[in-house]
Write a protein that binds this ligand. Structure first.
Ligand code: GDP
Ligand code: ZN
Length: 458
């Protein structure tokens, strides 16, 4: 049953100024009307209007909640069905009471993602857009939010549709020539196939390159803060996290817990780990945590190496710098409010100038420079911020790779002058795989799987 009427609380549960209950389906208007009293009858109202009134217990006419009701008639609504949104301003108890009353009228409680699923099934949005709605809900940073928003607007699907169009054209062209298999025509066709397949593959590669950044935007850059005890690692973590999770002390080795913080640095999400701050011992060599840090270092996408500019470089710090040479590293010279004892030239022999940032965490200086250095690493010329089409979804990445493989098969076959109708099969496969990204030809179970990832009410 597609168009039975469903309802759910669409705003986060908990204390809030208002809460919205969304109702969608063929019977949305008459069913809400049973418990809604206002000047204008809802069924007489014009679409896209807001109505002040009360939700009442239908039997006793007792007022339950003062509400604003928004009417959006099909097909000009998110689900393309009749949608009624009830904005309540009371706490969670009254919202639940209103929802209960609605359910008593025969409205069904929506499954997670069911509103978006209907929007998809009714052709309002395609699958990449639907999945982007999930990302929007979960977005952890400004940038991730913008990427997801772009996807909702259909950026990725536009590109996929274009590639599919190129492939359809190619298939049509090849089809014609299959009917006229004279030798010279066939030769021309081979060249044509190569050109088109190459073009599409280049585009797919370009989309795949953005996949890595997309993953980072969703999950955060794994960032390890390393350095000797007392150089200011915990202070840095606190500064970036803007709250005192880690305990900062004057006594080396007092940071005890494994600390993981998800922070947002200039729109780029970092997953911070105060690596060497974990179980700092009294053993000087052990303190730097070289051994312990090794695994964390191997896994980290980004290393923030903290040095104390008030002290000379230590042997273990030099060893660490050598080890970090092939890692994305930013060297932080902390405590520049104190006198300079560290030889910067020595650091410069391991890292370029633009990877070295001077800080005073006590005086709150240099944090901007650190943010810029992190952003520079992240964007390193690969991306233009105006064109944020990140492919961040595992399903999309896998399908793009499959399509690329199919096109490679087509190219290989083409090279070996395999009969053209055989090559056509590979091209068609690529076309279908790209189609799956935007939800053309996807199976029902996949659709369900995608939509149950949604929060209730979306
Ligand atoms: P960790 O052992 O590397 O985690 O270092 P902490 O963050 O615990 O800091 C050790 C000590 O250095 C604390 O007393 C901090 O207040 C101090 N400290 C941190 N940053 C600075 C700074 O920029 N300037 C000065 N003068 N002291 C700092
Ligand atoms: Zn610490």
């Amino acid at each position: 049953m597609l168009n039975d009427t469903i309802a759910a609380i669409s705003t986060p549960l908990g204390e809030g100024g208002i809460a919205v209950i969304r109702v969608s389906g063929d019977e949305a208007v008459p069913l809400v009307e049973r418990v809604f009293r206002s000047k204008t009858k809802l069924s007489d109202a014009v679409t896209h209007t807001v109505h002040y009134g009360f939700i009442v217990e239908p039997a006793s006419a007792e007022k339950v909640e003062e509400v604003l009701v928004t009417l959006m008639k099909a097909p000009r609504s998110f689900t393309m069905e009749d949608v009624v949104e009830v904005s309540c301003h009371g706490g969670i108890v009254s919202v639940k009471k209103v929802l209960d009353l609605l359910l008593q009228q025969g409205i069904r409680l929506a499954e997670p993602g069911e509103f978006t699923k209907r929007a998809f099934l009714n052709g309002r949005i395609d699958l990449t857009q639907a999945e982007a709605v999930i990302d929007l809900i979960r977005a952890k940073s400004d940038r991730a939010f913008k990427v997801a928003l772009k996807q909702v607007e259909g950026n990725l699907s536009k590109q996929i549709k274009h590639l599919r169009y190129v492939l359809v054209e190619l298939m049509a062209h090849v089809e014609v020539n299959i009917d006229y298999p004279e030798h010279d025509v066939e030769e021309m066709t081979n060249a044509f196939i190569k050109g088109k397949c190459d073009t599409v593959m280049v585009e797919i590669d370009r989309l795949l390159v953005t996949a890595e950044q997309g993953k980072i935007l969703r999950e955060g850059i794994e960032t390890a803060i390393v350095g000797r005890p007392n150089v200011g690692k915990s202070s840095l973590l606190n500064e970036l996290a803007q709250e005192n999770r880690a305990i900062v002390t004057d006594i080396p080795g007092t940071t005890r817990d494994v600390i993981e913080e998800f922070v947002n640095v200039g729109g780029i999400p970092l997953k911070l780990l105060d690596t060497a701050g974990i179980r700092e011992t009294t053993d000087i060599v052990e303190q730097i945590g070289v051994e312990r840090s090794k695994t964390a270092l191997a896994e980290a996408d980004l290393i923030l190496l903290v040095l104390n500019s008030n002290e000379e470089l230590q042997l273990d710090e030099i060893a660490l710098m050598k080890q970090l040479a092939d890692k994305q590293t930013i060297v932080i010279l902390n405590k520049i409010d104190l006198s300079r004892r560290l030889d910067v030239e020595q650091v410069l022999s391991y890292f370029p100038k633009e990877r070295i940032v001077e800080l005073s965490l006590i005086e709150n200086k240099g944090i901007d420079d650190l943010e810029k250095a992190i952003a520079a690493i992240f964007f390193e010329g690969k991306l233009e911020s105006s064109d944020l089409t990140y492919v961040s979804n595992v399903r999309h990445i896998s399908l793009l790779k499959q399509a690329k493989r199919s096109l490679q098969d087509a190219l290989d076959a083409n090279e070996q002058y395999v009969p053209i109708d055989m090559i056509q099969i590979d091209i068609r496969a690529a076309w279908e795989q790209l189609g799956e990204i935007i939800g053309d030809s996807v199976g029902e179970s996949l659709i369900d799987q995608i939509f149950t990832q949604f929060c209730l009410g979306k």
